[in-house]
Design a binder for this molecule. Sequence first.
Ligand code: SF4
Length: 225
Amino acid sequence: MAKAAAKTKKSGAATEAARVRAILRGLAKMYPDAECALAHKSAWELVTATILSAQCTDVRVNMVTPELFRMWPTAEALAGAPLAAVEQVIRSTGFYRNKAKSIVGAARVVTEKFGGVVPQTMAELLELPGVARKTANVVLGTWFKKSEGVVVDTHVKRIARRLGLTKAVSPVMIERDLVKLLPRERWTAFSHEIIHHGRKCCVARKPRCAECGLEKLCSAKDKTC
Ligand code: SF4
């Protein structure tokens, strides 16, 4: 009996691994050019844009950052900026008081502690005000090409659950499940692809399942076909 149960468990795991591989193939096929949608030309600009993207669309952030980076082109410049002036520039991204505090605070830490250079480790990035694992993973994966984790934003959270890749609710636990399931070299691309999928197809309300290339691999309760 125990042997039979072990065999069943093993074949279940193999089936699940094959399903995960099929999901990854499907995503790569649907979104071969998926990249970070936040406009940036440096690690510092990406840190700033990602902090501003909390509870805000990337499109809106991209409308605000050209002026922000024109007025304060470097972390050192922003570190000395008057908070009220920064607030005015980023106002339309929402939660602008907190975000202004975060980006000016992050600019100060980058300038004073890291010599004006954005650090390249998770532990150091987490020292910057306003930077949690999500922002750190974006910067490490997208700019520094280092896979230290999987970005878990609202799209990744929703779709990973719909696809049965996790049952967890908190971003930290979801990330823990995803890094166990996905090959490391796919961590960064997976996040970009899922974020694109969340915008184009697997939207929060009424996902467009009839158009979805993952439909046969998905048993989400709120599937629409
Ligand atoms: S089938 Fe529907 S719910 Fe499942 S991933 Fe595709 S769009 Fe999302």
